[in-house]
Design a protein around this ligand. Structure first.
Ligand code: 3H9
Length: 690
């Protein structure tokens, strides 16, 4: 007996209960005693069958991710599953919660799987830059067929029990008592006198048309976003068809180890833990209670307001949108209807689900209709005067304890809070457009925001499927503040000799989905023009483009030309001429600009700004910044976020190059933050700063 594996006996059935909180990850502390327990049960003639069950909230959630990158300890997970497979008496996995990754692989090493109806099973290794490494790519195809296995393994998405039973991955669903029913099932199988073939002995499902399989591979790897693991996973599943069982297992192991040691997997594992760390907020403990959110309000039915309303409705929360007049409400609701109709058309939601979501969204022009809301999120024009009016009105109608949130993307949340008599209930909730799609939610904590309000915002984020990061008050918070630093040199680069294509190419080569000029074209040049005007700022090239109607993709021209109905950017001679003309007017001498120079003048200032954000405690940790950039701004997942990337690339080099540009230009943008200088000197990492 060990702390993590308990062996009990139920009249000839050995029950092995695994208990390794929080999620029964298969770390060494679980593998070693489980191996021994299986050995014992195998050798014991009095044991007729074995049931593996888990204590706590879930079946095994996979290998222990924190062990990757450390020296391996025997027995390995493949050893453990080989031991299971050497047992002839019936072995049954009793699954509740989630059986994921190595957890499902262990269950596939059993003869049978019995599960609760609410359980989920999956092989999500690709989300960690990995492939299943303990037989998942070889056993699952034999159980459910190669195409179904391919889909599960390459997408990494878990499936529910309806599908699992249909595919034959689960043998029986428990009605009321999982363990009792799994034991009864095991007893039934032991008494049947039948042989119990392991999955390795079943090859009939592998008789498939390889050409059709390869077509399926193309379809499922289309969304791989420049990542390697989905392709490797598909290769491993293909091996299960074309190779002998043991050869395919050996090859899977090799491919798994390759992936495990890759920079891509290190980055994705970092993001896995970073996302969870981000929900641990100083001053907001387990004991802090979240307030109940049963009903929400949104102020403004524009693209952002409607998007936020849809995000809330998608999470099952009824929402009332407030607008100035009926026409504006009608426009907002029409946008909602059109968006959901698009989702139905793409097959991402069922028609009934569309109706249910729409039914949760209503409109009003009367603030009094918001009086029973538990939270109201304002998404009006970015102007302090307008925000003040909205918050004063909300303060006068909302019930005590209701949360007043602003979707501002850069304004001072403390100033907004000060317009109310309840600054403790005011918080920033910065959604990203389109708000019903984008994962990131910056939760802006004002000086007086109560811990329960932060806790409520975190709970709400989870409920509506967002990835939250708590940030402090400053202009642009974490994301937009760093974006401003990244963008500062864009026009200067063009004036000095770069083309928009050349700058964008440096970004896409790095792994970004698009470069800064493509991004401005997509968002609309008029948006940033208005923003600059409100701040009294100018940008010689972009301003002139706006004056000439180059508002971006929607106008068919921006920094690029777009042919009718096309989103493919083409170089625009007008833009090139304009750049050259402006350079001449401003007396800027044009020269060759290298890819390195573009990186140094865009990416490095952004990292420098990230360091300042840490110095000022606007973000609690560097990994929070990574979560912001990967989930809100398209920073390549394979690189783990700007701060993670910077550390691996070399902070010393970044500081040297920033110093070079600082000396050359005198621009404070390039002056290395003291924190970066310190890390460059000590060779330390951001995590050492905590
Ligand atoms: C694998 O299996 C490889 C094999 O094929 C081959 C091996 C040879 N390890 O998410 P939560 C921690 S790769 C270590 O907040 P939930 C997590 O960090 C693995 N730690 O809970 C957190 O810690 P803390 C394939 C893990 O209820 C705590 O547990 N498996 C692991 O929202 C609670 O987590 C996966 O990729 C782990 N495997 O969701 C599944 N899992 O409290 C990964 C969790 O200190 N896990 N932790 O912040 C999940 O998807 C979710 O955790 C799960 C529960 C759905 C299970």
């Amino acid at each position: 007996m060990s702390d993590t594996v308990k062996i009990t006996r139920d009249d000839g059935i050995a029950v092995l209960t695994l208990d390794n909180p929080p999620v029964n990850a298969l770390g060494h502390a679980l593998r070693a005693p489980l191996f021994e327990a299986l050995q014992q049960a195998k050798a014991d003639d009095a044991v007729q069958a074995i049931v593996i069950t888990c204590a706590g909230r879930t079946f095994i959630a996979g290998a222990d991710i924190s062990e990757f990158g450390k020296p391996p300890k025997e027995p390995s997970l493949p050893d453990l599953i080989a031991m299971l497979e050497s047992i002839d008496k019936p072995t049954v996995a009793a699954i509740h919660g989630t059986a994921l990754g190595g957890g499902l692989e262990l269950a596939l090493g059993c003869h049978y799987r019995v599960a609760e109806k609410s359980a989920m099973i999956g092989l999500p290794e690709v989300n960690l830059g990995l492939i299943p490494g303990a037989g998942g790519t070889v056993r699952l195809p034999r159980l459910v067929g190669p195409e179904a296995a391919l889909k599960m393994i390459v997408s990494g998405k878990p499936i529910g029990m309806d599908e699992a039973v249909r595919l034959g991955a689960v043998d029986r669903l428990a009605e009321t008592d999982l363990l009792a029913e799994a034991i009864a099932f095991a007893r039934e199988k032991a008494a049947s006198g039948n042989a119990h073939p392991h999955i390795r002995a079943r090859a009939e499902k592998l008789a498939v048309d390889l050409a059709a399989f390869d077509e399926a591979v193309k379809a499922v790897t289309k969304k791989a976003r420049g990542l390697t693991a989905p392709h490797t996973a598909a290769e491993a599943v293909r091996n299960a068809i074309t190779m002998e069982f043991d050869a395919a297992l050996d090859r899977e192991r090799e491919l798994f180890l390759e992936r495990r040691d890759s920079a891509e997997s290190a980055a994705q594992r970092h993001l896995f833990f970073a996302t969870r760390e981000a929900t641990k907020v100083p001053g907001v403990g387990r004991e802090t209670e979240a307030r109940k959110i049963a009903r929400a309000g949104v102020i403004g039915a524009g693209t952002m307001g409607a998007g936020i309303a849809m995000a809330l409705a998608n999470g099952g929360i009824p929402v009332t949108i407030l607008e100035m007049n009926e026409d504006a409400i009608a426009r907002g609701l029409a946008h909602v209807e059109k968006t959901y109709a698009g989702s139905v058309k793409r097959g991402s939601i069922a028609p009934e689900e569309k109706e249910a979501r729409i039914a949760r969204i209503s409109g009003t022009t009367d603030y009094a209709d918001l009086s029973d809301c538990d939270i109201v999120i304002e998404a009006v024009f970015e102007d302090m005067g307008v925000k003040r009016q909205v918050f004063t009105a909300l303060d006068s109608v909302l019930k005590p304890g209701a949360i007043l949130a602003s979707n501002t993307s850069y304004l001072d949340v403390n100033e907004i809070a000060a317009t109310t008599k309840r600054p403790q209930d005011v918080v920033g909730l910065h959604f990203f457009s389109p708000a019903h799609v984008m994962k990131l939610l910056e939760i802006v904590r004002g000086d007086e925001t109560a811990p329960e309000v932060i806790k409520t915002a975190l709970t709400l984020a989870r409920k509506i499927g967002k990835v939250p990061v708590v940030v402090g008050v400053c202009n642009g918070f974490v994301g937009n503040r760093m974006l401003a630093a990244r963008r500062e040199q864009n026009e200067d680069l063009l004036l000095s000799g770069a083309t928009p294509e050349q700058v964008d190419r440096v970004f896409t080569d790095f792994g970004w989905p698009m470069g800064p000029f493509q991004m401005v074209d997509l968002a609309g040049l008029d948006i940033s023009w208005k923003h600059r005007q409100s701040l009294g700022l100018t940008a010689p090239i972009a301003d002139t483009l706006c004056e000439a109607g180059h508002f971006g993709q929607k106008a068919g021209r921006g920094f690029y030309l777009y042919e009718e109905g096309s989103r493919t950017p083409k170089p625009d001679p007008f833009v090139q001429e304009l750049i050259e003309k402006k350079a001449a007017e401003l007396g800027v001498e044009r020269r060759e600009i290298s890819a390195d120079e573009i990186t140094e003048r865009t990416l490095y200032p952004m990292i420098n700004e990230g360091a300042k954000i840490l110095e000022e405690r606007i973000a609690a940790r560097a990994s929070d910044i990574d979560v912001v950039w990967v989930n809100g701004y398209g920073f390549p997942v394979a690189k783990g976020g700007p701060m993670f990337w910077a550390e691996r690339f070399g902070i010393k080099t970044i500081v040297e190059r920033l110093e070079h540009w600082h000396q050359k230009t005198g621009n404070p943008l390039f002056e290395p933050a003291p924190l970066l200088r310190q890390l460059a000197l000590t060779g330390g990492g951001f995590a050492d700063l905590a």
